[in-house]
Design a protein. Structure first.
Length: 285
Protein backbone atom coordinates (compact mmCIF):
# COMPACT_ATOMS: atom_id res chain seq x y z
CA UNK A 1 0.00 0.00 0.00
CA UNK A 2 1.38 3.41 -1.00
CA UNK A 3 1.48 5.98 1.82
CA UNK A 4 -0.43 9.21 1.10
CA UNK A 5 1.73 12.02 -0.19
CA UNK A 6 2.05 15.22 -2.19
CA UNK A 7 1.98 15.42 -5.98
CA UNK A 8 4.30 18.27 -6.96
CA UNK A 9 2.89 20.04 -9.99
CA UNK A 10 4.91 23.17 -10.67
CA UNK A 11 3.88 25.67 -8.00
CA UNK A 12 1.03 23.44 -6.80
CA UNK A 13 1.09 20.76 -4.15
CA UNK A 14 -1.78 18.30 -4.54
CA UNK A 15 -2.42 15.96 -1.61
CA UNK A 16 -3.30 12.45 -2.71
CA UNK A 17 -4.15 9.22 -0.90
CA UNK A 18 -6.46 10.30 1.92
CA UNK A 19 -9.42 10.27 -0.42
CA UNK A 20 -9.69 9.52 -4.11
CA UNK A 21 -9.09 12.54 -6.34
CA UNK A 22 -11.49 13.08 -9.23
CA UNK A 23 -10.03 14.24 -12.56
CA UNK A 24 -12.83 15.58 -14.74
CA UNK A 25 -12.53 15.15 -18.52
CA UNK A 26 -12.86 18.22 -20.76
CA UNK A 27 -12.31 17.30 -24.41
CA UNK A 28 -11.85 20.18 -26.85
CA UNK A 29 -12.15 17.92 -29.88
CA UNK A 30 -14.68 17.28 -32.65
CA UNK A 31 -14.26 13.50 -32.56
CA UNK A 32 -13.61 12.03 -29.10
CA UNK A 33 -15.39 8.71 -28.60
CA UNK A 34 -17.86 9.96 -25.98
CA UNK A 35 -18.19 13.76 -25.97
CA UNK A 36 -16.55 14.90 -29.20
CA UNK A 37 -17.74 18.29 -30.42
CA UNK A 38 -19.69 19.25 -27.30
CA UNK A 39 -17.15 21.68 -25.84
CA UNK A 40 -15.43 22.80 -29.04
CA UNK A 41 -15.66 26.51 -28.14
CA UNK A 42 -14.08 28.34 -25.23
CA UNK A 43 -17.50 29.48 -23.98
CA UNK A 44 -18.87 25.92 -23.96
CA UNK A 45 -15.68 24.61 -22.36
CA UNK A 46 -15.87 27.18 -19.55
CA UNK A 47 -19.49 26.28 -18.85
CA UNK A 48 -18.65 22.57 -18.70
CA UNK A 49 -15.61 23.26 -16.51
CA UNK A 50 -17.77 25.15 -14.03
CA UNK A 51 -20.21 22.23 -13.94
CA UNK A 52 -17.43 19.68 -13.40
CA UNK A 53 -15.97 21.72 -10.55
CA UNK A 54 -19.40 22.23 -8.97
CA UNK A 55 -19.97 18.46 -9.19
CA UNK A 56 -16.72 17.78 -7.34
CA UNK A 57 -13.82 17.60 -9.79
CA UNK A 58 -10.47 18.12 -8.06
CA UNK A 59 -8.54 18.42 -11.35
CA UNK A 60 -9.61 19.28 -14.89
CA UNK A 61 -8.00 17.34 -17.76
CA UNK A 62 -8.10 19.25 -21.06
CA UNK A 63 -7.59 17.32 -24.29
CA UNK A 64 -7.22 18.68 -27.82
CA UNK A 65 -6.63 15.44 -29.74
CA UNK A 66 -8.84 12.37 -29.80
CA UNK A 67 -7.00 9.20 -28.78
CA UNK A 68 -9.88 6.79 -29.37
CA UNK A 69 -8.93 3.54 -31.14
CA UNK A 70 -8.27 4.18 -34.83
CA UNK A 71 -7.91 7.94 -34.45
CA UNK A 72 -5.43 9.95 -36.50
CA UNK A 73 -3.09 12.46 -34.82
CA UNK A 74 -3.50 16.20 -35.35
CA UNK A 75 -0.64 18.65 -35.76
CA UNK A 76 0.85 20.42 -32.74
CA UNK A 77 -0.34 23.72 -34.21
CA UNK A 78 -3.95 22.54 -34.47
CA UNK A 79 -3.86 21.02 -31.00
CA UNK A 80 -2.54 24.28 -29.53
CA UNK A 81 -5.19 26.26 -31.40
CA UNK A 82 -7.81 24.14 -29.68
CA UNK A 83 -6.49 23.99 -26.12
CA UNK A 84 -4.46 27.13 -25.39
CA UNK A 85 -7.38 29.61 -25.38
CA UNK A 86 -9.32 27.22 -23.13
CA UNK A 87 -6.41 26.77 -20.71
CA UNK A 88 -5.89 30.53 -20.50
CA UNK A 89 -9.61 31.10 -19.86
CA UNK A 90 -9.77 28.32 -17.27
CA UNK A 91 -6.74 29.72 -15.46
CA UNK A 92 -8.31 33.19 -15.43
CA UNK A 93 -11.64 31.93 -14.07
CA UNK A 94 -10.81 28.97 -11.79
CA UNK A 95 -8.13 27.99 -9.29
CA UNK A 96 -8.58 24.28 -10.02
CA UNK A 97 -5.42 22.33 -10.99
CA UNK A 98 -5.27 21.93 -14.77
CA UNK A 99 -3.97 18.90 -16.62
CA UNK A 100 -3.37 18.78 -20.39
CA UNK A 101 -3.78 15.47 -22.20
CA UNK A 102 -0.98 15.58 -24.78
CA UNK A 103 2.05 13.59 -25.90
CA UNK A 104 3.65 16.46 -27.84
CA UNK A 105 6.44 18.43 -26.17
CA UNK A 106 5.61 21.67 -28.02
CA UNK A 107 1.99 21.51 -26.91
CA UNK A 108 3.01 20.67 -23.35
CA UNK A 109 5.45 23.59 -23.17
CA UNK A 110 2.87 26.07 -24.49
CA UNK A 111 0.14 24.68 -22.24
CA UNK A 112 2.30 25.00 -19.15
CA UNK A 113 3.13 28.59 -20.11
CA UNK A 114 -0.61 29.26 -20.47
CA UNK A 115 -1.30 28.04 -16.92
CA UNK A 116 -1.47 24.24 -16.90
CA UNK A 117 0.00 22.34 -13.95
CA UNK A 118 0.11 18.71 -15.17
CA UNK A 119 0.94 16.89 -18.41
CA UNK A 120 -1.09 13.71 -18.92
CA UNK A 121 0.97 11.83 -21.53
CA UNK A 122 -0.81 8.80 -23.02
CA UNK A 123 2.53 7.64 -24.41
CA UNK A 124 4.28 7.62 -21.04
CA UNK A 125 7.06 9.86 -22.45
CA UNK A 126 7.65 7.44 -25.33
CA UNK A 127 6.31 9.29 -28.42
CA UNK A 128 8.22 12.58 -28.17
CA UNK A 129 11.83 12.41 -26.93
CA UNK A 130 11.67 16.07 -25.83
CA UNK A 131 8.75 15.61 -23.45
CA UNK A 132 10.72 14.45 -20.41
CA UNK A 133 12.98 17.50 -20.66
CA UNK A 134 10.02 19.89 -20.84
CA UNK A 135 8.53 18.38 -17.68
CA UNK A 136 11.87 18.30 -15.85
CA UNK A 137 12.58 21.97 -16.58
CA UNK A 138 9.08 23.13 -15.66
CA UNK A 139 8.62 21.00 -12.55
CA UNK A 140 5.12 20.12 -13.79
CA UNK A 141 3.25 17.07 -12.63
CA UNK A 142 3.18 14.19 -15.10
CA UNK A 143 0.97 11.17 -15.65
CA UNK A 144 2.99 8.35 -17.23
CA UNK A 145 0.50 6.07 -18.96
CA UNK A 146 1.04 2.68 -20.55
CA UNK A 147 0.12 2.18 -24.18
CA UNK A 148 0.98 -0.55 -26.67
CA UNK A 149 1.21 0.86 -30.19
CA UNK A 150 -0.42 4.16 -31.08
CA UNK A 151 -4.09 5.21 -30.98
CA UNK A 152 -4.25 4.46 -34.72
CA UNK A 153 -3.25 0.80 -34.33
CA UNK A 154 -3.31 -0.07 -30.62
CA UNK A 155 -6.37 -2.33 -30.84
CA UNK A 156 -5.05 -4.42 -33.73
CA UNK A 157 -4.57 -7.76 -31.98
CA UNK A 158 -2.78 -6.74 -28.75
CA UNK A 159 -1.44 -9.71 -26.80
CA UNK A 160 0.07 -10.24 -23.33
CA UNK A 161 1.25 -13.27 -21.41
CA UNK A 162 0.94 -11.41 -18.08
CA UNK A 163 -0.70 -8.06 -18.74
CA UNK A 164 -0.23 -6.61 -15.25
CA UNK A 165 3.38 -7.72 -15.03
CA UNK A 166 4.21 -6.44 -18.52
CA UNK A 167 2.46 -3.11 -17.91
CA UNK A 168 4.29 -2.76 -14.59
CA UNK A 169 7.68 -3.48 -16.17
CA UNK A 170 7.06 -0.95 -18.93
CA UNK A 171 5.95 1.71 -16.44
CA UNK A 172 9.02 1.04 -14.30
CA UNK A 173 11.28 1.63 -17.33
CA UNK A 174 9.51 4.87 -18.20
CA UNK A 175 9.74 6.07 -14.60
CA UNK A 176 13.49 5.43 -14.68
CA UNK A 177 13.70 7.38 -17.95
CA UNK A 178 11.84 10.25 -16.30
CA UNK A 179 14.13 10.26 -13.28
CA UNK A 180 17.22 10.18 -15.50
CA UNK A 181 15.88 13.25 -17.34
CA UNK A 182 15.61 15.18 -14.07
CA UNK A 183 11.95 14.65 -13.21
CA UNK A 184 11.47 14.05 -9.46
CA UNK A 185 9.49 11.10 -8.14
CA UNK A 186 7.12 13.53 -6.42
CA UNK A 187 6.06 14.80 -9.86
CA UNK A 188 5.04 11.36 -11.17
CA UNK A 189 1.72 9.52 -11.27
CA UNK A 190 1.36 6.22 -13.17
CA UNK A 191 -1.61 4.98 -15.22
CA UNK A 192 -2.04 1.40 -16.54
CA UNK A 193 -3.79 2.69 -19.67
CA UNK A 194 -7.13 0.91 -19.56
CA UNK A 195 -8.40 0.58 -23.12
CA UNK A 196 -5.09 1.57 -24.72
CA UNK A 197 -3.78 -1.50 -26.52
CA UNK A 198 -5.67 -3.92 -24.28
CA UNK A 199 -8.07 -6.80 -24.99
CA UNK A 200 -11.39 -7.01 -23.15
CA UNK A 201 -9.98 -9.47 -20.62
CA UNK A 202 -6.80 -7.41 -20.13
CA UNK A 203 -8.76 -4.43 -18.82
CA UNK A 204 -10.58 -6.52 -16.23
CA UNK A 205 -7.35 -8.27 -15.23
CA UNK A 206 -5.65 -4.90 -14.71
CA UNK A 207 -8.52 -3.68 -12.53
CA UNK A 208 -8.41 -6.90 -10.50
CA UNK A 209 -4.61 -6.90 -10.14
CA UNK A 210 -3.99 -3.16 -9.89
CA UNK A 211 -2.40 -3.61 -6.48
CA UNK A 212 0.62 -5.21 -8.15
CA UNK A 213 1.52 -1.78 -9.56
CA UNK A 214 1.84 -0.56 -5.98
CA UNK A 215 5.33 -2.05 -6.07
CA UNK A 216 6.39 1.10 -7.93
CA UNK A 217 5.54 3.17 -4.84
CA UNK A 218 3.83 5.87 -6.90
CA UNK A 219 0.22 7.12 -6.96
CA UNK A 220 -1.94 5.29 -9.49
CA UNK A 221 -4.48 6.94 -11.79
CA UNK A 222 -7.19 4.81 -13.43
CA UNK A 223 -9.31 5.93 -16.37
CA UNK A 224 -12.11 3.45 -17.13
CA UNK A 225 -14.73 6.10 -17.86
CA UNK A 226 -17.34 5.01 -20.43
CA UNK A 227 -14.78 2.82 -22.23
CA UNK A 228 -15.61 0.09 -24.71
CA UNK A 229 -14.75 -2.80 -22.38
CA UNK A 230 -17.60 -1.59 -20.16
CA UNK A 231 -19.86 -1.12 -23.17
CA UNK A 232 -19.17 -4.63 -24.47
CA UNK A 233 -20.24 -6.24 -21.20
CA UNK A 234 -23.32 -4.06 -20.76
CA UNK A 235 -24.15 -3.72 -24.48
CA UNK A 236 -24.68 0.01 -24.00
CA UNK A 237 -23.47 3.18 -25.80
CA UNK A 238 -20.90 5.52 -24.16
CA UNK A 239 -23.44 7.94 -22.65
CA UNK A 240 -25.20 5.07 -20.85
CA UNK A 241 -22.20 3.53 -19.09
CA UNK A 242 -22.17 5.49 -15.82
CA UNK A 243 -23.09 2.51 -13.62
CA UNK A 244 -20.46 0.36 -15.32
CA UNK A 245 -17.92 3.13 -14.86
CA UNK A 246 -18.84 3.40 -11.18
CA UNK A 247 -18.27 -0.33 -10.71
CA UNK A 248 -14.90 -0.18 -12.47
CA UNK A 249 -13.87 2.89 -10.47
CA UNK A 250 -14.83 1.17 -7.21
CA UNK A 251 -12.70 -1.85 -8.11
CA UNK A 252 -9.80 0.43 -9.06
CA UNK A 253 -9.97 2.31 -5.76
CA UNK A 254 -10.16 -0.84 -3.67
CA UNK A 255 -7.15 -2.21 -5.54
CA UNK A 256 -4.95 0.87 -5.24
CA UNK A 257 -6.00 3.75 -7.52
CA UNK A 258 -5.86 7.13 -5.82
CA UNK A 259 -6.94 9.28 -8.78
CA UNK A 260 -9.71 8.49 -11.28
CA UNK A 261 -10.28 10.24 -14.60
CA UNK A 262 -13.99 10.40 -15.49
CA UNK A 263 -16.71 12.12 -17.50
CA UNK A 264 -19.57 11.74 -14.99
CA UNK A 265 -18.10 13.58 -12.03
CA UNK A 266 -21.13 13.86 -9.74
CA UNK A 267 -22.04 10.16 -9.86
CA UNK A 268 -18.47 8.89 -9.73
CA UNK A 269 -17.52 11.16 -6.83
CA UNK A 270 -20.35 9.60 -4.82
CA UNK A 271 -19.20 6.10 -5.75
CA UNK A 272 -15.61 7.02 -4.85
CA UNK A 273 -16.64 8.27 -1.41
CA UNK A 274 -18.21 4.90 -0.64
CA UNK A 275 -15.22 3.04 -2.05
CA UNK A 276 -12.95 5.19 0.13
CA UNK A 277 -15.07 4.35 3.19
CA UNK A 278 -14.75 0.64 2.41
CA UNK A 279 -11.00 0.98 1.80
CA UNK A 280 -10.20 3.10 4.85
CA UNK A 281 -12.74 1.86 7.38
CA UNK A 282 -14.55 4.09 9.89
CA UNK A 283 -11.28 5.57 11.14
CA UNK A 284 -10.79 7.24 7.75
CA UNK A 285 -13.89 9.44 8.25
Amino acid sequence: MVTPGIWRCGGRRIEWGRRTLIMGILNITPDSFSDGGRYFSTTAALAEARLLIDEGADILDVGGESTRPGSEPVSAAEEMERVLPVIAALRQNFDCPLSVDTWKADVAEAALAAGADIINDISGLSFDPRMAGVIARSGAGVVIMHIRGTPRDMQKDPHYEDVTGEVGEWLARQVELALAAGIRREQIVIDPGLGFGKRLEDNFTLLRELGRLGELKLPILAGPSRKSFIGRVLDLPPDDRVEGTAAAVTAAILNGARIVRVHDVRAIRRAALIADAIRSGPEGF
